[in-house]
Design a protein around this ligand. Structure first.
Ligand SMILES: C[S@@+](CC[C@H](N)C(=O)[O-])C[C@H]1O[C@@H](n2cnc3c(N)ncnc32)[C@H](O)[C@@H]1O
Length: 312
């Protein structure tokens, strides 16, 4: 018997009740991870209901394959190691039927943060890797050897909103140039060598997060999937996105808003000539946040925001 998933899914009830509009529809979980949301969705599917789960992380998929197979008929779901931005590649399996719902629960599973070997945590020493998919691309250690201090400063400013981005970038690139940037503690120590006082650990967290986002090209993947998803979503089908970072939330909010517009003509035009057809209706005017009870049980849920929109 597979043990319980090592990741506690966030706002499960809210996701299921807002996303599932047709129990016999096809659902795409683009970040299936350890299967928490997927399992709840599968438990409510009936008839021809089917779930496609994607993740870049091979170890998460290995667990989820066993976990879901023990609970649900193997004919009801399929899992792929794939970047969610490439989801159209697997839709042929369902004869390219339109999707009834799409879930993106962005970021990282808690078990990956806790596993020193993955290189995401500044609390444990491990190789400086940080890749979601370790079979492709370069590790964070390699990335920091190749990047200039100017470019890294931009990454820390844009993705980490780190005030001391220039100072920290210079310290990191200098160490990397000397071959002294190989572990998570090398990175942490480079940051705390130039940042002092109370904000030290906050800067460390922001820098780790910024490098992870850049290395895995997370914001680009989100933009790409949003751009292409609506043409695969059935009328009445919904998209639910859980974000953990203000930049991700801004991208989702803006995308939803842009697709609800009924006219994009310049205000000085007396009559509409753009013929824009809105493609979405927003279901969550304000993002849904975890309850205090959920945050007490799972402190990592505290920065989560859920937004849902419906294809019209
Ligand atoms: C917060 S976890 C999802 C947890 C999942 N909802 C559950 O219930 O276990 C985010 C997952 O997204 C995956 N991921 C991040 N970026 C991805 C991408 N571009 N394509 C596919 N999976 C991605 C990560 O590997 C991680 O497993």
């Amino acid at each position: 018997m597979t043990e319980n998933p090592p990741h506690i899914p966030v706002m499960v009830k809210e996701v299921v009740s807002l996303l599932l509009t047709d129990p016999s529809g096809i659902y795409l979980d683009g970040t299936v991870g350890y299967g928490g949301h997927a399992s709840e969705l599968l438990s409510r599917l009936t008839g021809g209901g089917f779930l496609i789960g994607l993740d870049r992380d091979a170890s998460a998929l290995e667990f989820t394959e066993k976990f879901l197979s023990e609970k649900y008929c193997r004919e009801r779901f399929s899992l792929y190691q794939l970047n969610y931005k490439d989801f159209p590649k697997v839709l042929h399996e369902r004869r390219d039927h339109l999707l009834s719902g799409v879930l993106l629960d962005l970021g990282i599973s808690s078990i990956n943060i806790d596993d020193a070997d993955r290189g995401f945590s500044f609390q444990k020493e491990g190789p400086l890797d940080m890749r979601f998919d370790r079979s492709t691309g370069i590790s964070a250690a390699e990335y920091l050897k190749q990047i200039s201090a100017t470019e890294l400063a931009r990454v820390l400013r844009d993705y980490g909103e780190e005030r001391f981005h220039k100072k920290i970038a210079t310290a990191i690139v200098e160490k990397a140039g000397k071959g002294e940037m190989n572990t998570t503690f090398d990175l942490k120590n480079a940051i705390i060598s130039v940042i002092f006082g109370k904000s030290q650990l906050k800067s460390v967290a922001r820098v780790f997060q910024a490098i992870r986002i850049a290395l895995n090209d997370e914001l680009k993947a989100l933009q790409v999937v949003l751009e292409s998803i609506l043409s695969h979503l059935a009328t009445g089908g919904r998209i639910a996105v859980i974000t953990f970072h203000s930049l991700e939330d801004r991208i989702v909010k803006q995308f939803f808003k842009t697709n609800t517009l009924t006219c994009i003509c310049p205000p000085e035009l007396p009559k509409c000539v753009c013929n824009v057809v809105p493609r979405l209706k927003i279901i969550t005017r304000k993002p849904i946040l975890p309850t205090q009870d959920e945050i007490k049980l799972n402190s990592r849920s505290r920065s989560a925001k859920l937004r849902v929109a419906e294809r019209i």
